[in-house]
Design a protein around this ligand. Structure first.
Ligand SMILES: Nc1ncnc2c1ncn2[C@@H]1O[C@H](COP(=O)(O)OP(=O)(O)OP(=O)(O)O)[C@@H](O)[C@H]1O
Ligand SMILES: [Mg+2]
Length: 250
């Protein structure tokens, strides 16, 4: 696997004051969180990365790949797409089945169509409601489509950088989705206030008034809290399933 680093060079906040964090370097296999109140600029930072901004967005930030300004081709050629994004809303407009869509995607990426069943299998480990390969894309639930996109990014897409804007209510096993992506050696940048996801990240960027005002490294103590958080989350998930199945909580 090629080495890869993503660097964010600070720009300005909404008032035009410089970002207090002026450089962040991220390596393969790292999960990095973005936190901050509504309107603080989290999605804007994600958009800067997705566009490989070069001082040409309102924040004036620059994104470097392997320490250098990325070549033009990286910004435009879909085959060389470095960055995949898992959005807040997933809309499939195409009138085709899950299987057809994945086959087409595999072909476009020059991948074996045998990967298609692997994607569906993996997606079904992330969602409570299994996806049938013959389902039309348009009938997938929010959770199913996010699970499918996550598995697709992990298996078919080569994009080594994955951006995720809030998946807390996504209806998928989010920590497994994150582990899956990072296990493939990807860089995962995730906007989240979910304690489990935020603590899975090794660092989190703190946003305020459009600026990057700080960066917190997940401490050993925070990691130990993560164990408890996962336990509580498992418990809540089990309760949710009980209620979903129309049963009584014992
Ligand atoms: N550095 C910046 N310079 C100029 N404008 C900015 C900057 N950062 C954010 N903004 C603007 O502020 C508004 C809110 O930003 P953004 O949508 O990124 O916030 P958010 O943290 O994602 O909010 P939410 O939690 O509601 O999703 C947007 O209109 C965005 O264009
Ligand atoms: Mg946002």
């Amino acid at each position: 696997m090629n080495t890869l680093s993503l660097t964010i060079i600070g720009g300005v906040d909404k008032s035009g004051n410089p970002d207090l964090v002026n450089e962040i370097d991220i390596e393969r296999g790292e999960i990095i969180g973005i936190v901050g109140p509504t309107g603080s600029g989290k999605s804007t930072l994600i958009a800067d990365i997705e566009q490989l901004a070069q001082g040409d967005t309102p924040s004036g930030r620059r994104i470097l790949i392997n320490g250098r300004e990325p070549e033009k081709q990286l910004r435009t050629d879909p085959r060389k797409k470095l960055i995949a994004q898992l959005c807040q809303n997933m809309h499939f407009l195409a009138d085709m089945s899950v299987q057809e869509f994945l086959k087409m995607h595999a072909k476009a990426r020059g991948k074996d169509s045998e990967l298609v069943s692997k994607v569906i299998e993996l997606a079904n480990t992330l969602t409570g409601e299994p996806i049938d390969p013959c389902y039309p894309l348009t009938i997938l639930s929010g959770g199913q489509s996010r699970a499918l996109m996550t598995a697709d990014i992990a298996v078919i897409s080569d994009s080594p950088i994955v951006l995720i804007d809030e998946i807390e209510n996504a209806g998928i096993k989010k920590q497994e989705a994150l582990r899956l992506l990072v296990g493939e050696g990807k860089i995962v940048v995730v906007v989240t206030h979910d304690p489990m996801l935020a603590l899975m990240a090794s660092r989190r960027v703190v946003m305020k008034n459009g600026g990057m005002i700080g960066i917190i490294s997940t401490s050993v103590q925070e990691r130990s809290i993560l164990v408890d958080v996962e336990r509580v989350d498992d418990w809540l998930t089990a309760l949710r399933e009980t209620i979903r199945h129309g049963e009584v909580v014992a």
